[in-house]
Design a protein around this ligand. Structure first.
Ligand code: ADP
Ligand code: MG
Length: 205
């Protein structure tokens, strides 16, 4: 079973990975956006880690709800409300159980990803975070490792795509040939999840 401490470690491992990869996320956003995705994610997840350290919630659902609220209130870019919605909706789907199964998490994440699609109006193939999140949520029904591989492959698959949502869509054809920053950060969060499940701290990723 996955308890509140597991979810807290998932979020703090995410914060560590985002911090380590922030420059890369910003470089990717410099190519097809406005060069702030790394700093947006770093600011957001630093606030998440701080809030969880100050008042650790007792259920998985509340850990994700608190993290989602922090992202919405601290990240100005498009990614803040989208990731905030992902975590809040996933947390809501988990309810207030003190621990959940991997299958319950997979189902809840599926609901969270659907909420991101609804909020942002993007679909698979539009070159957004969804291109990593959709296959990852699907593969989580099999295993954490499968989810990580699906997210990494999904992020890589955005390279040849034409952006249809977000700032990158303003570039039209010139968005082709670059990896989407949001799909890349989404893959980091799934890597953090798989690392947490393996009991490692993210630096081994
Ligand atoms: P901003 O675009 O406001 O500068 P960020 O740079 O933090 O925000 O985030 C950009 C990322 O957000 C993109 O790479 C993309 O993955 C994601 N994104 C943008 N718009 C959407 C959308 N409508 N649906 C899903 N993801 C989106
Ligand atoms: Mg940006």
């Amino acid at each position: 079973m996955l308890d509140a401490d597991f979810f807290r470690r998932w979020m703090t491992t995410s914060a560590a990975l985002v911090d380590r990869e922030a420059d890369r996320l910003t470089d990717l956003d410099a190519a097809i956006g406005d060069a702030d995705h790394g700093s947006n994610m770093r600011r957001g997840f630093t606030a998440v880690a701080k809030a969880l350290g100050e008042a650790p919630p007792e259920s998985p659902g509340e850990v994700l709800a608190l993290a989602g609220r922090q992202l919405i209130s601290t990240v100005g870019g498009a990614s803040g409300p989208l990731y905030g919605t992902l975590l809040r909706r996933t947390g809501k789907a988990l309810g207030d159980a003190p621990a959940v199964t991997e299958q319950e998490l997979a189902r809840a994440l599926g609901e969270g990803v659907a909420a991101v699609a609804q909020l942002g109006g993007a679909r698979a193939g539009d070159k957004t975070m969804l291109d990593a999140l959709l296959p990852a949520a699907e593969a989580l029904g099999k295993s954490f490792g499968a989810a990580r591989e699906a997210a990494d492959a999904g992020a890589l698959a955005t390279v040849p795509m034409l952006a249809r949502k977000g700032r990158a869509s303003y570039l039209g054809e010139r968005s082709i040939g670059h990896q989407d920053p949001g799909a890349t950060s989404a893959a980091l969060l799934v890597t953090a999840l798989a690392d947490t499940a393996r009991g490692t701290d993210g630096d081994a990723a």
